[in-house]
Design a protein around this ligand. Structure first.
Ligand code: ADP
Length: 681
């Protein structure tokens, strides 16, 4: 028997391995199974080039747990190792890899993704003792047993072993007993080994017999050894992709589209990306893109490798060229990784363009589902945005789709305002904004439907891209103001009349929690509604974006600001105006005169002070006094008009109808409206 020390300087490195890699203990299985797979692949390579003449049928890896003996074994029938090999690869080389790894790891505990490099020694993360039994493929080779209990001491001796290959036995630590659970190991194998190129056997297939499940003679292979991303796209049918998608993500709807990645130069990368049908955000986070390295699962955290906007996609990427044991920030600045990300972006946009060009109707049909990917991409990736300008679509409220260019051509003749700006009208709620959409349509305008999650950001982006163009929601103002033409009529009201009428309406608006209203007047046409409620475009957009983005809470907390626009050309308004001005003028006039006079006095005092001089205390007092009187007068006026207007059912009725058509009339106000309507009938 040979005894020796593993070539390390550290007194005992295994406790360090355990401590530092605590959270990732499970990767030992990936490492051991990968080594076993490598060993079988190497044998196949040797056989292919004539250096091995034995039988290579039935190459496989088997994993077993023995709960009583507290062992886990990984067995392969690959090339095996001689005592010299063990000495060279395990006693010396492998360990230097582990040491190097730990040194790196110490500097930045978060810096490591993938723990490749630790390899065989990761077995000590979960074991108190590890044994290797191996018989090399080499002619005349003697079987060897290597054993190590986690101290830098190992022992090696010759043993009996008839079958070629390696068997690694782990005596599992008490605190890692979870790795003796059948179910735990099976789920780990499914996670890391699902697409390994050599069958990985874990127990037997079971069958239902005499009221329970019993083992059959058939090995249970947990992996698919030939995943379709390794095949040529030309060999595959749509069903193959869909089937594979369901294998990856059971219980999902069929994917919308997919993209088969396949490059050899300047880097090697294969994979398939799927555009999923997103039902809710929860699923997005659950079913992410998986990163493989030669069919070994590495991670489903692909930040940096896959451009941000494609994180919403699903599928697999397999590339030996992605450095795995480096920090994330290094990864993002790595030039081959950058090339990979650029390649993926290009591939995605060119595939989408193909689909758009070749099967536009299919593309349109799926537009609602893919638009979130495309908008997100355009918002976050300049290059993708440029490419997507050719195939991104706009959908109108009637369900018709247009490219950006097509839409511009469509609306240019009618929707250009007097300043030469092109006005894009849109609705976010086809039903709720029906009245406004109809009013616009009656004028021959087209209205887009922008009801997606990202649309408020997207609109902002398009406004920046399109020259002399504005987007405005159909209820942002009366249509005559949204698209201003030369022919707009002026409102014919004196300042005093305007003041009186403003109070007539503003005092009768029910209080709506979290909302405020500003009354204004427009001379629309007789056939337009008497009162129209609109919502300021800018404020609304800011509030909507605030809801999705942190750091904008200032806007989020402001009340909803509405305009109550009174159409002075409407016969009912004309009637209210005529009666109100007549009924009120006798009472309003004197107070108004008073206010004007007092304001005049205030002006007078202010003007009496020469430039560079200050108001005296006396003058200050006088002004304060006058201002208080004006305020009292205004309140009196307001009260007077309010009392009057509350006795004019038509005023309240018209306001309520306008609120009602915007869904803003609720609760007690709605009930009052109904009672008033009945009594008016
Ligand atoms: P790595 O796999 O990164 O080279 P490891 O520490 O996992 O590092 O393994 C060191 C070496 O030990 C391998 O390169 C291989 O030569 C040998 N080895 C490990 N496991 C096996 C096995 N199951 N069969 C044959 N050789 C093995």
């Amino acid at each position: 028997m040979q005894k020796g020390n593993i070539g390390v300087t550290t007194e005992n490195i295994f406790p360090v391995i355990k401590k530092f890699l605590y959270s990732d203990h499970e990767i030992f299985l990936r490492e051991l199974v990968s080594n076993a797979v490598d060993a079988t692949q190497k044998l196949r390579t040797l056989a292919n080039c004539g250096e091995y003449n034995g039988n290579i049928d039935g190459l496989k890896v088997a994993v077993k747990v023995d709960k009583d003996a507290k062992t886990l074994t990984v067995t392969d029938n690959g090339i095996g190792m001689t005592a010299e090999d063990v000495d060279k690869y395990i006693n010396q080389i492998a360990f230097s890899g582990a040491e190097e790894f730990l040194n790196k790891y110490k500097e930045n505990a978060n810096a490591i993704i993938g723990h490749f490099g630790l390899g065989f020694y990761s077995a000590f993360m979960v074991s108190k003792k590890v044994e290797i039994r191996s018989l090399s493929y080499k002619e005349g080779a003697k079987p060897v047993l290597w054993s190590c209990d986690g101290s830098p001491e190992y022992s090696m001796e010759e043993i009996e072993k008839a079958e070629r290959g390696t068997e690694i036995t782990l005596y599992i630590d008490d605190e890692d007993a979870e790795f003796l659970e059948q179910a735990r190991i099976e789920s780990l194998l499914k996670k890391y080994c699902r697409f390994l190129p050599v069958p990985v056997v874990f127990g037997k297939e079971q069958e239902w017999k005499d009221g329970k499940y019993v083992d059959t003679d058939k090995d249970k292979v947990i992996n698919n050894t030939a995943p379709i991303w390794m095949k040529k796209p030309a060999e595959l049918k749509d069903e193959d992709y869909i089937h594979f998608y369901h294998e990856l993500y059971p219980g999902q709807d069929d994917p919308l589209f997919w993209i088969h990645l396949n490059v050899d130069l300047p880097f090697t990368l294969t994979g398939i990306l799927f555009f999923p049908k997103i039902k809710n955000n929860f699923e997005v986070n659950k079913n992410r893109i998986q990163l493989y390295c030669n069919q070994v699962f590495v991670t489903d955290t692909v930040e940096g490798v896959v451009p941000d906007f494609l994180m919403l996609l699903q599928g697999v990427i397999d590339s030996p060229d992605i450095p795995l044991n480096v920090s994330r920030s290094y990864l993002q600045s790595d030039s081959s990784v950058k090339k990979i990300a650029t390649y993926i972006t290009k591939k995605v946009s060119s595939r989408l363009e193909d689909i758009f060009k070749n099967t536009r109707s299919d593309f349109e049909e799926k537009w609602d589902d893919i638009k979130i990917f495309i908008e997100y991409g355009m918002l976050t990736d300049e290059k993708f945005c440029e490419a997507a300008m050719k195939f991104a679509l706009l959908k109108d409220t009637e369900g018709k789709h247009y490219t950006f260019d097509e839409y511009k051509t469509l609306i240019q003749p009618e929707q250009t305002d007097k300043e030469g700006n092109l006005i894009y009208l849109y609705a976010t709620d086809k039903v709720g904004q029906y009245n406004y959409v109809k009013t616009a349509a009656d004028k021959g305008y087209n209205v887009l439907l922008m009801d997606g999650q990202l649309d408020s950001h997207f609109i902002q982006l398009l406004e920046g891209k399109f020259e002399k163009s504005h987007f405005t929601r159909v209820d942002g103002d009366v249509i005559e103001n949204l698209i201003q033409k030369e022919t707009k009529k002026d409102v014919n009201l004196s300042a005093q009349e305007r003041g009186t009428l403003t109070s007539v309406f503003s005092t009768q608006i029910p209080k709506v929690e979290g909302s405020n209203f500003i009354v204004s007047f427009e001379a629309l046409s007789e056939s337009d509604r008497p009162i129209i409620i609109t919502q300021n475009e800018y404020m609304r957009r800011m509030k909507e974006m605030a809801a999705m983005q942190s750091g904008m809470s200032f806007y989020g907390e402001l009340p909803d600001s509405y305009n109550l626009i009174v159409n002075v050309e409407h016969p009912l308004i004309a009637k209210i105006k005529e009666i109100a001005l007549k009924d009120l003028s006798a009472d309003v006039q004197p107070i108004d005169d008073e206010i004007i006079a007092k304001n005049g006095e205030i002006e007078g005092i202010r003007n009496s002070v020469k430039e560079n001089e200050q108001l005296s205390d006396e003058q200050h007092k006088e002004i304060d006094n006058l201002e208080a009187q004006v305020k009292a007068d205004r309140e009196k006026l307001e009260k007077l008009i309010s009392d009057y207007a509350s006795k004019q059912p038509l005023v309240g009725q018209l306001i309520d109808l306008a609120l009602l058509s915007n869904g803003l009339l609720r609760g007690e106000d709605l009930s009052k409206f109904i009672s008033r309507s009945i009594s008016l009938l």
